[in-house]
Design a protein around this ligand. Sequence first.
Ligand SMILES: NC(=O)c1ccc[n+]([C@@H]2O[C@H](COP(=O)([O-])OP(=O)(O)OC[C@H]3O[C@@H](n4cnc5c(N)ncnc54)[C@H](OP(=O)(O)O)[C@@H]3O)[C@@H](O)[C@H]2O)c1
Length: 265
Amino acid sequence: MDTFIAVMFSSEQQELYCLDCMGYFLMFMAACAFFALLFENVPYGRHASSKYGFPVNVKFAWFVQELPAFMVPLCLLLWTSSAKTSQLPNRLLIAMYLIHYVQRSLIYPFLIRGGKPTPVVSFALAFVFCVYNGYMQIRYLSHYAEYPTGWVTHPCFITGSALWLVGWLVNVHSDHILRTLRKPGETGYQIPRGGVFEYVSGANFLGEITEWAGFALAGCSVHSTSFAVFTLVVLASRAVAHHRWYINKYEDYPKSRKALIPFVF
Ligand SMILES: NC(=O)c1ccc[n+]([C@@H]2O[C@H](COP(=O)([O-])OP(=O)(O)OC[C@H]3O[C@@H](n4cnc5c(N)ncnc54)[C@H](OP(=O)(O)O)[C@@H]3O)[C@@H](O)[C@H]2O)c1
C-alpha cells in the first residue's frame, strides 16, 4: 500500500497538502449541504424519496456504506509505514475513531429493526463519504499528525476525549432506545421515551454531534474539525426534520421536548 501511495503522491509534503485540501473541501461541502438542507431533508429513513433512485435493503446499505470507514483505516494501519502510531495522542485518537466505526459498520447494521430501504443515491454518497473521511482521518493521524509533548494532559485533549466518550455513549444508548420501539418484524413509529429523548427528538444525533466535536477538540486539526462540522450540518438538519415530523404526527408529543439542544432548540 505504501507503493500505491508513493505512486499517487510525489512526496510526503504533497500528500499532506492534499490531506489539508481534503479537510477544507469537506468544510466547503458542509456549507453547500447546509444550504441544500434548508430546502430538502436528508433522503433516507422516514424522509426517503423515490426521486433518489431505487431502494436498497437497509441492513445491506448500512453495512456496505459504512464498511470503508473501518476498512480503509485498517488497511492504512496494517499496510503502510504509519510513522506516528507509536505516539500516545495519535493512538488514542485513532482508537476513538475505530471504536465508533467498529460499532457503526460491524454491529449497528445487523441490529436494525424494520428500517426503511435506503435510496441508492443516499447509499452511494454515504459510501463515498466513508472512503474519503476514513482515508483523511487515519492517514493524517497515523502518518503526519504531530502533537506537543504532554498533549494528552492538555485541557483540550482531556475535555475533547470526555466529550467524545459521553457523545458515543448517548449515541449508542439512544439508537438502542429507538430499536426497542419495534418488535421484530414491525416497521411503524412510536414516540421515543427515556434517556436523552426526554429532552430532545434527535438524541442519537446529539450524541454523534457531541462525539465528533470532542474528537475535533482533542485532535485540533482541519481534518477532525471538518468531520465535526459536516456531521453537525447533516444531523442537525435531520434532528429538526424528525422533530417537525413527530409534532405533526402525534398530538400528545411532549411539549417540552426540543429538536436538538435540551431546553434551547
Ligand atoms: N456522522 C454522520 O454524518 C452521520 C450521518 C447519518 C447518520 N449517522 C448516525 O447513524 C445512526 C442512524 O442514523 P439515522 O439517520 O438512520 O437515525 P434515525 O432516523 O433516528 O433512525 C435510526 C433507526 O431507528 C428507527 N427509528 C427512528 N425513529 C423511530 C421511532 N420513532 N419509532 C421506531 N423506530 C424508529 C429507524 O427506522 P426507519 O428507517 O424506518 O425510519 C432506523 O432504523 C445515528 O446514530 C446517527 O447519528 C451519522
